[in-house]
Ligand binder design. Structure first.
Ligand SMILES: NC(=O)c1ccc[n+]([C@@H]2O[C@H](COP(=O)([O-])OP(=O)(O)OC[C@H]3O[C@@H](n4cnc5c(N)ncnc54)[C@H](OP(=O)(O)O)[C@@H]3O)[C@@H](O)[C@H]2O)c1
Length: 117
């Protein structure tokens, strides 16, 4: 089974869950793995960007999508929304690379303005 997954022969109902799905590394993973046969659950903050990216994946790769809008700087309640959004799906892969790049260069964590989040 795992060998089949590596070579891109995914079961047709299987989903990839990808956090931070509307930009950068996660967006690239979403498109690459949709192209290899996975359906995609996209999770990030901005609903219009989520819907735009979900439509692009359906159009370009012919796979099903679902979007879940959450802000990971929120409290534990966001996980209820995520659990509800994932209910009844067969999840095969998780790409959990939501995040924020602090630029330019290295900084002390305590100097970041929203470090508590
Ligand atoms: N790019 C690199 O070269 C690199 C190298 C090493 C490590 N990383 C790390 O990898 C992670 C992703 O980097 P990236 O360059 O792909 O980032 P990016 O292009 O800025 O994309 C970040 C994604 O995460 C979402 N997001 C950000 N904050 C969120 C929040 N609080 N709740 C929900 N969604 C949120 C954004 O969606 P919205 O638009 O909806 O906010 C967006 O889809 C970061 O932690 C970064 O530090 C990146």
């Amino acid at each position: 089974m795992i060998g089949g997954w590596i070579w891109g022969c995914f079961p047709p109902a299987l989903f990839l869950v990808v956090t931070g799905a509307t930009n950068g590394i996660s967006k690239a993973y979403a498109h690459e793995l949709a192209g290899r046969g996975l359906n995609i659950v996209l999770i990030s903050r901005d609903l219009s960007k989520l819907e735009h990216e979900a439509k692009a994946i359906e159009r370009l790769h012919g796979k099903s999508t679902r979007v879940i809008q959450v802000d990971f700087t929120g409290g534990l309640e966001i996980y209820e929304a995520i659990a509800a959004g994932l209910k009844d799906l067969e999840i095969g892969v998780l790409i959990n690379s939501v995040g924020k790049q602090y630029a330019p260069g290295l900084r002390k964590l305590l100097d970041c303005e929203d470090f508590a989040k």
